[in-house]
Design a protein around this ligand. Structure first.
Ligand SMILES: [Fe+2]
Length: 281
């Protein structure tokens, strides 16, 4: 065991959730420390994690680095980002608020899906809530990384940090008025963006899902996740139809041993396994 250095090419601390451009093969990741660790709870001045900064423009390195403030926003998980025209970037991310209570008041936390719009010409930013449901750990069809995507597969918390269900969000669906979306998450609110939803049985919780492509359309494929039943002790790999409005089960594979709950998941296909580099530490 040891720290993997990607054949001595990685010499900086990096956060989880790197994204690989499916066309160029470039890998993008945050450099540690993450923004939420920059502030000191209880300090007199405004905690630094209240203002996140994003830099661009990845497709035009000749422009240098532009830092754009995004006030009152903390990303918990970046999902995707794409360019619109030559001067605008949209970042898709889930936030967590208030982040300073991440470790001492988890019942009061709220996770929401946002679009962060960055105007590189003016340096302005604005955030747009996508839906009111408490959702996190978004996954998309990986072919759309760095390109505008339509669908996001996300997790319902309950009780935090366990994951009690999954949802499919349509970014192109009509958005509810801001005043509604900004309000308290209401499970009975009929949100057009929630095009599929599945709550697991009492005592069942899953890990972060992963979307596996099987077709040409963006949502042709399956959503995979490990699920554990705390009452029966049974663990399964659940394969769900991504097009089904209830994320219907296509197959379930009972596991010989429990896979612990994990915030994160990935699917590696046979070609990727065959072509991976062998590690030298
Ligand atoms: Fe994470």
């Amino acid at each position: 065991m040891g720290r993997y250095s990607f054949n001595k090419r990685l010499f900086l601390p990096m956060c989880a959730h790197p994204k690989i451009d499916p066309i160029s093969g470039e890998l993008f990741a945050d450099q540690s420390p993450p923004p939420l660790l920059l502030g000191e709870p209880g300090q007199e001045e405004e905690p630094r994690f209240r203002r996140s900064q994003i830099r661009g423009h990845p497709s035009h390195p000749d422009r240098g680095i532009s830092w754009i403030d995004v006030p009152d926003w903390t990303s918990f998980h970046y999902i995707n980002a794409w360019e619109e025209g030559t001067d605008k970037i949209v970042v898709l991310s889930s936030s967590i608020t208030p982040v300073e209570h991440l470790f001492d008041d988890i019942a009061g936390l709220s996770n929401r899906l946002h679009e962060i719009h960055l105007d590189l010409r003016s340096g302005w930013s604005w955030k747009q809530h996508v839906c009111s449901a408490g959702l996190d750990f978004g996954q998309i069809n990986q072919k759309f990384l760095r390109r505008k995507n339509r669908y996001v597969y996300m997790c319902y918390y309950g009780p935090w940090p366990k994951i009690s269900g999954l949802a499919k969000v349509d970014l192109d669906a009509p958005r509810l008025p801001k005043v509604v979306i900004d309000g308290t998450s209401d499970p009975d609110l009929n949100e057009p963006c929630l095009v599929a939803s599945r709550r697991f049985e009492r005592g069942q919780f899953c890990g972060k899902p992963f979307f596996v492509v099987n077709g040409k359309e963006e949502d042709d494929g399956c959503v995979l996740s490990y699920i554990h039943d705390e009452e029966s002790g049974v663990s399964e790999l659940l394969v769900m139809d991504a097009k089904s409005p209830t994320l219907e089960t296509v197959a379930s594979i009972e596991l010989p041993a429990r896979v612990p709950y994990g915030f994160h998941g990935i699917f590696i296909n046979a070609d990727q396994i065959a072509n991976q580099n062998h590690a030298t530490l």
